[in-house]
Write a protein that binds this ligand. Sequence first.
Ligand code: CU
Length: 148
Amino acid sequence: MNLSMKTLLVATLCGTTVPALAAAPSAMMVSDCWIRALPGNLPSGGYFSAMNMSDKSIDLTGVTSDAFGMAMLHQTQSNGSTSSMAMIDHVAVPAGGTLAFAPGNYHVMLEQPRKPLKVGSTVPLMFMFSDGEKVVAQCAVKNASAMK
Ligand SMILES: [Cu+2]
C-alpha cells in the first residue's frame, strides 16, 4: 500500500479529513478516545486507539490534560480473582499497527478533575510519543457503565 492510499484509508477510518495544516508528516494518530467518568472523587479511566503510520515502532510515553491534575498510564493486571493496577512508563505502538487502550487492560488514569466531568461533553487529552509528536484528541465523556 502506498502512502497516499494509507493516508486516505486512515482518514476514512477516522471519519475526518487529514488536517491540511500539519507541518511535518505525523506518524501517530489517536482515535475513538473516551473517558469513563466515575462518581465522586474516584479516578476516571481514559481509553483510545493509537495508530502508528510509520515503519518503525513508536512508544506512547505519556498523557497530559489541562482538565485533570494528574494523568498516568496504567495497566490492569489480574491474577485469578484479584486485579490490580500498575503504572507503566511507556507502551510500544508497533510499526504500521494499532495499540488499543480498553477497559480491563491499558488505561489512562485521570485524577483530580479541575471541574466535574459532564457525561456527553468532550475533554481534550494530549498524547506524547517517543518520536517527539504530541497528538491532541477530543475524548467523549461517558457514564460509569460504559464499556466502549
Ligand atoms: Cu489505573
